[in-house]
Design a protein around this ligand. Structure first.
Ligand SMILES: [Zn+2]
Length: 81
């Protein structure tokens, strides 16, 4: 009984991860990694400029360009003594 459910769930997970992998492959093929533009996924942050590939490679998952990252760090850490 529950085996069927487990199998169905497993199939669904495989399907989802397959779809995700396909999507990522397509994105990479088109030269469009996940976070490419400064602040793209952050509301009200970032200048929208493209983040240099070297920076994305050095800081995986970074969402801000160097200038905006520095600005946001200064704002967040501004009160450090
Ligand atoms: Zn920026």
């Amino acid at each position: 009984m529950s085996d069927d459910v487990d199998r169905a769930q497993l199939r669904e997970e495989e399907f989802l991860s397959d779809a995700l992998a396909r999507q990522q492959r397509r994105g990479l093929a088109a030269g469009l990694p996940a976070a490419e533009f400064c602040g793209e996924h952050l509301q009200g942050a970032g200048c929208g400029e493209a983040i240099p590939p070297a920076r994305r490679a050095a800081v995986p998952g970074c969402q801000l360009c160097v200038a905006c990252q520095g600005r946001s760090e200064r704002v967040q850490g501004g009160r450090r003594a």
